[in-house]
Design a protein around this ligand. Structure first.
Ligand code: HEC
Length: 126
Protein backbone atom coordinates (compact mmCIF):
# COMPACT_ATOMS: atom_id res chain seq x y z
CA UNK A 1 0.00 0.00 0.00
CA UNK A 2 1.25 3.47 -0.81
CA UNK A 3 1.64 5.90 2.01
CA UNK A 4 -1.17 8.43 1.86
CA UNK A 5 1.04 11.46 2.37
CA UNK A 6 -1.76 13.94 1.99
CA UNK A 7 -3.76 12.36 4.76
CA UNK A 8 -0.82 12.48 7.10
CA UNK A 9 -0.27 16.13 6.23
CA UNK A 10 -3.93 16.84 6.93
CA UNK A 11 -3.55 15.32 10.39
CA UNK A 12 -6.04 12.56 9.70
CA UNK A 13 -3.67 9.69 10.39
CA UNK A 14 -3.07 7.54 12.27
CA UNK A 15 -6.29 8.01 14.21
CA UNK A 16 -8.73 8.05 11.31
CA UNK A 17 -7.70 6.84 7.90
CA UNK A 18 -9.97 8.15 5.21
CA UNK A 19 -10.17 4.79 3.50
CA UNK A 20 -12.18 3.40 6.41
CA UNK A 21 -15.93 3.31 6.49
CA UNK A 22 -17.60 4.73 9.57
CA UNK A 23 -18.33 1.17 10.70
CA UNK A 24 -14.65 0.18 10.43
CA UNK A 25 -13.56 3.34 12.20
CA UNK A 26 -16.06 2.63 14.97
CA UNK A 27 -14.75 -0.87 15.56
CA UNK A 28 -11.07 0.02 15.36
CA UNK A 29 -10.84 3.50 16.81
CA UNK A 30 -13.98 4.69 18.55
CA UNK A 31 -15.17 1.58 20.37
CA UNK A 32 -11.90 1.01 22.25
CA UNK A 33 -12.03 4.48 23.80
CA UNK A 34 -15.69 4.04 24.75
CA UNK A 35 -14.86 0.64 26.22
CA UNK A 36 -12.28 2.22 28.45
CA UNK A 37 -14.22 5.31 29.54
CA UNK A 38 -17.94 4.70 29.10
CA UNK A 39 -19.08 1.12 28.84
CA UNK A 40 -18.90 0.47 32.61
CA UNK A 41 -22.10 2.55 32.92
CA UNK A 42 -23.40 2.25 29.38
CA UNK A 43 -24.10 -1.34 28.47
CA UNK A 44 -21.10 -3.33 29.67
CA UNK A 45 -20.76 -5.53 32.73
CA UNK A 46 -19.33 -4.06 35.90
CA UNK A 47 -17.05 -6.00 38.21
CA UNK A 48 -20.02 -7.82 39.75
CA UNK A 49 -21.29 -8.84 36.35
CA UNK A 50 -24.19 -6.39 36.39
CA UNK A 51 -25.07 -4.47 33.26
CA UNK A 52 -25.74 -0.77 33.73
CA UNK A 53 -27.43 1.30 31.06
CA UNK A 54 -27.40 4.80 32.55
CA UNK A 55 -29.60 7.30 30.79
CA UNK A 56 -30.80 4.50 28.50
CA UNK A 57 -27.56 4.88 26.55
CA UNK A 58 -25.40 1.99 25.36
CA UNK A 59 -21.94 2.39 23.88
CA UNK A 60 -21.63 -1.25 22.87
CA UNK A 61 -22.61 -1.01 19.20
CA UNK A 62 -22.56 1.57 16.45
CA UNK A 63 -26.33 1.42 16.18
CA UNK A 64 -26.84 2.13 19.88
CA UNK A 65 -24.25 4.89 19.93
CA UNK A 66 -25.95 6.64 17.01
CA UNK A 67 -29.39 6.31 18.59
CA UNK A 68 -28.43 7.94 21.88
CA UNK A 69 -30.18 7.81 25.24
CA UNK A 70 -33.42 8.98 26.82
CA UNK A 71 -32.91 12.69 27.29
CA UNK A 72 -30.05 14.19 25.33
CA UNK A 73 -31.09 13.41 21.77
CA UNK A 74 -29.24 11.49 19.09
CA UNK A 75 -25.87 10.10 20.12
CA UNK A 76 -24.54 10.87 16.66
CA UNK A 77 -25.96 13.17 14.01
CA UNK A 78 -23.69 12.46 11.05
CA UNK A 79 -21.88 15.57 9.87
CA UNK A 80 -22.86 17.49 13.03
CA UNK A 81 -20.71 16.87 16.11
CA UNK A 82 -22.42 19.78 17.89
CA UNK A 83 -25.73 17.95 17.57
CA UNK A 84 -24.32 14.66 18.82
CA UNK A 85 -24.74 13.92 22.53
CA UNK A 86 -21.92 11.35 22.40
CA UNK A 87 -19.50 14.14 21.52
CA UNK A 88 -21.10 17.05 23.40
CA UNK A 89 -21.23 15.29 26.76
CA UNK A 90 -17.73 13.84 26.37
CA UNK A 91 -16.25 17.24 25.66
CA UNK A 92 -18.31 19.18 28.22
CA UNK A 93 -16.39 21.07 30.85
CA UNK A 94 -15.49 18.69 33.70
CA UNK A 95 -17.50 20.84 36.14
CA UNK A 96 -20.59 20.66 33.96
CA UNK A 97 -23.32 18.45 35.45
CA UNK A 98 -23.75 16.72 32.09
CA UNK A 99 -20.05 15.98 31.59
CA UNK A 100 -19.23 12.32 30.77
CA UNK A 101 -17.87 10.35 32.42
CA UNK A 102 -19.39 12.03 35.52
CA UNK A 103 -16.83 13.99 37.50
CA UNK A 104 -17.40 11.93 40.63
CA UNK A 105 -16.70 8.63 38.85
CA UNK A 106 -13.26 7.07 38.55
CA UNK A 107 -13.64 6.51 34.79
CA UNK A 108 -11.03 8.27 32.68
CA UNK A 109 -12.35 11.10 30.48
CA UNK A 110 -11.49 11.08 26.79
CA UNK A 111 -8.23 12.87 26.04
CA UNK A 112 -8.20 15.99 23.82
CA UNK A 113 -6.78 13.82 21.01
CA UNK A 114 -9.57 11.26 21.40
CA UNK A 115 -12.18 14.02 21.40
CA UNK A 116 -10.72 15.38 18.19
CA UNK A 117 -10.83 11.90 16.64
CA UNK A 118 -14.44 11.55 17.73
CA UNK A 119 -15.30 14.92 16.25
CA UNK A 120 -13.68 14.10 12.91
CA UNK A 121 -15.38 10.71 12.78
CA UNK A 122 -18.82 12.27 13.30
CA UNK A 123 -18.10 15.07 10.85
CA UNK A 124 -16.83 12.72 8.14
CA UNK A 125 -19.35 9.92 8.53
CA UNK A 126 -22.17 11.11 6.36
C1 HEC B 1 -19.78 6.17 36.27
C2 HEC B 1 -20.85 5.97 35.31
C3 HEC B 1 -20.75 6.64 33.94
C4 HEC B 1 -19.71 6.62 33.04
C5 HEC B 1 -18.36 5.98 33.20
C6 HEC B 1 -20.19 7.33 31.87
N1 HEC B 1 -21.48 7.74 32.04
FE1 HEC B 1 -22.70 8.62 30.63
N2 HEC B 1 -24.21 8.69 31.98
C7 HEC B 1 -24.15 8.26 33.29
C8 HEC B 1 -25.40 8.59 33.98
C9 HEC B 1 -25.72 8.30 35.44
C10 HEC B 1 -26.23 9.21 33.00
C11 HEC B 1 -27.66 9.74 33.19
C12 HEC B 1 -27.68 11.23 33.29
C13 HEC B 1 -27.04 11.70 34.56
O1 HEC B 1 -27.45 11.27 35.64
O2 HEC B 1 -26.10 12.54 34.47
C14 HEC B 1 -25.45 9.25 31.77
C15 HEC B 1 -25.92 9.78 30.58
C16 HEC B 1 -25.20 9.83 29.41
C17 HEC B 1 -25.71 10.35 28.16
C18 HEC B 1 -27.10 10.94 27.93
C19 HEC B 1 -28.12 9.86 27.66
C20 HEC B 1 -29.48 10.49 27.46
O3 HEC B 1 -30.21 10.62 28.44
O4 HEC B 1 -29.79 10.86 26.31
C21 HEC B 1 -24.70 10.25 27.24
C22 HEC B 1 -24.74 10.65 25.78
C23 HEC B 1 -23.57 9.67 27.92
N3 HEC B 1 -23.91 9.42 29.24
C24 HEC B 1 -22.36 9.43 27.34
C25 HEC B 1 -21.25 8.92 28.00
C26 HEC B 1 -19.97 8.76 27.37
C27 HEC B 1 -19.66 9.09 25.92
C28 HEC B 1 -19.13 8.26 28.32
C29 HEC B 1 -17.65 7.98 28.20
C30 HEC B 1 -16.84 9.06 27.68
C31 HEC B 1 -19.91 8.09 29.54
N4 HEC B 1 -21.18 8.51 29.31
C32 HEC B 1 -19.42 7.54 30.73
C33 HEC B 1 -23.10 7.59 33.88
C34 HEC B 1 -21.86 7.36 33.30
Amino acid sequence: MRTPTLLIAAGLLPSLALAQTKEEAFEKTIKPMLERSCVGCHGGKDKDGKVKVKGGFRTTSLEAVVKGGKEQGAGVTWGKPMESSLYLLSKADRDDDLAMPPKKSTAKPLTPEELETLRKWIEAGK
